[in-house]
Design a protein around this ligand. Structure first.
Ligand code: E4P
Length: 215
């Protein structure tokens, strides 16, 4: 399973890159706004430092606006994936952009039929939001299982990118289900490495080492 970081924060992106585990980045307008900097400057920097795919989201809502904005976003690099919100207008935009070889990440997916539409229109990635479904008392991971089943059954190439991940269990279940990608907030990614028995083990090893070296 590929790991993308769900962040527009340069320090977080650089740190995850330094760990050697980062395959790409997803951003959205809210994540960009949180940084309080000009999007232009941030997008250029992220696309330069990240070798893998970087999802940048359009804000226009008509097919025409989405296609124009999507093409313009590619100025930041060949690794730009155009992120479109799941609507009927974005289906047409996906088809247009895909025809020109521009990959689309269809975002804000909350149902298996939305995912089926996105795949048929030619999206490179589908982003089902598991955390936001959990928030309304649905089971977000059930959606991932359904999408994987449908895509496998009809041999779609669209990659399942599990989004709105809120905890390590979401990512673990995504990996067990065979999702292609998980986009993970920095704090959750950091949690993956942590285990209380690892910390306790390090403490004991160091204490025992001190005994023999300081004897
Ligand atoms: C996905 O690409 C989105 O940026 C993200 O995963 C949304 O997560 P949230 O529901 O925690 O805002």
């Amino acid at each position: 399973m590929k790991f993308f970081i769900d962040s527009a924060n340069i320090d977080e992106i650089k740190t995850a890159l330094s760990w050697g585990v980062l395959d790409g980045v997803t951003t959205n307008p809210s994540l960009v706004a949180k940084e309080g900097k000009k999007p232009d400057q941030m997008y250029a920097q992220i696309c330069e430092i990240v070798p893998g795919p970087v999802s940048l989201e359009v804000v226009g809502l008509s097919t025409k606006e989405m296609v124009e904005e999507g093409k313009a976003l590619r100025k930041y690099g060949d690794n730009v994936v155009v992120k479109l919100p799941m609507t009927t207008a974005s289906l047409g935009a996906t088809k247009e952009l895909a025809k020109d070889g521009i990959p689309v990440n269809m975002t804000l997916c909350f149902s298996p039929l939305q995912a089926l539409l996105a795949a048929k229109a030619g999206a490179a990635y589908i982003s089902p939001f598991v955390g936001r479904l959990d928030d309304i008392s649905a089971v977000g991971m059930d959606l991932i299982a359904q999408i994987i089943q449908i895509y496998d059954q009809y041999e779609f190439d669209t990659e399942v990118l599990v989004a709105s991940i809120r905890n390590p269990i979401h990512a673990l279940e995504a990996a067990l289900m065979g999702a292609d990608v998980a986009t993970i907030p920095f704090k959750v990614m950091e949690q993956f490495a942590k285990h209380p028995l690892t910390d306790k083990g390090i403490e004991t090893f160091l204490a025992d080492w001190k005994k023999v070296t300081h004897a």
